[in-house]
Write a protein that binds this ligand. Sequence first.
Ligand SMILES: NC(=O)c1ccc[n+]([C@@H]2O[C@H](COP(=O)([O-])OP(=O)(O)OC[C@H]3O[C@@H](n4cnc5c(N)ncnc54)[C@H](OP(=O)(O)O)[C@@H]3O)[C@@H](O)[C@H]2O)c1
Length: 286
Amino acid sequence: MILVTGSPGNIGTPLAQHLLRQGRKIRLMVRNPKKQDQVVADLQSHGAEIVQGDFADPKSLPHCFTGAESAFLLVPVAQETAEWKGNFVRIAEQNGVKRIVNLSVSGASSTTPIDLFRMHWEAEQTLESSGIAWTHLQPTDLARFNIRSILPTVEEQGAFYSSIGQGRVALVDEEDVAEVAAATLTENGHEGNKYVLTGPKAMSYPEIADALAKKLGKAVKYVDIDPAQAKKAMIAAGLPGWVADFINDLRELEKSGGASGPTGDIQRLLGRAPRSLEASIDAVFA
Ligand SMILES: NC(=O)c1ccc[n+]([C@@H]2O[C@H](COP(=O)([O-])OP(=O)(O)OC[C@H]3O[C@@H](n4cnc5c(N)ncnc54)[C@H](OP(=O)(O)O)[C@@H]3O)[C@@H](O)[C@H]2O)c1
């Protein structure tokens, strides 16, 4: 039995779908099963067990692990990242889990200027010092998620805005991350490894604008704005202030070439090239 957290979600959903297609027994840890989420209902109808568990409530976690040999650990973007992952690892170990595949982030390190990335690094340390076999997956920015987040202004104004300047990033497709997660959860030989998951090519935002323009058959431009303007726009769009600060810090890091890729890890792990940005754009509009 594999316990899967983070589903429904950008990565958790395709991961659960992959594992079910492989005939694996999986259990989804869902914060609020009463929410009647359609994605969860579909996964359940294909054989996934559902269990209630909330990272913010450690007492809700032990029963999630009953009979589970391995777990996929993904917490949402949260200021409690290190604490939630730490609790999960401790309780998993107490309940006999043998393997955890940990969804971290490209650029996680002790010296990163980005608080969220340092928390992911702290969680990596906690897992590594547990008795559980570990694998860390470190994706760059997710392609479909990032494309969807700029679509509203692309559709309304033919433009999107950020503070990345001429920075480049090899956005990684969520399906590729999910396929790697499925492989590392089910194959031997990945214990004690860290994989940096990226798309095939680091692209600038003007290049991403060109790819969207080609798909949409209309002009799309990237407009560079300063971080203060970007923060204001993100808050107006409903993001919490700390998430807006995190995104600005990330764009600053990517501007200087940090945490951007590409790496060859997906090619090595899956025996094929990672999906291109154009393929991710096609998937968003499919
Ligand atoms: N976005 C990126 O570009 C990117 C890149 C690299 C790494 N990452 C990392 O990836 C992770 C996010 O992955 P994602 O985008 O796949 O997440 P996501 O789509 O936001 O899904 C998060 C999942 O976590 C669940 N959840 C929220 N709060 C919970 C709680 N207290 N207890 C249990 N479950 C809870 C959500 O369920 P509900 O429906 O109940 O909210 C949802 O199922 C973060 O750790 C982030 O740092 C993201």
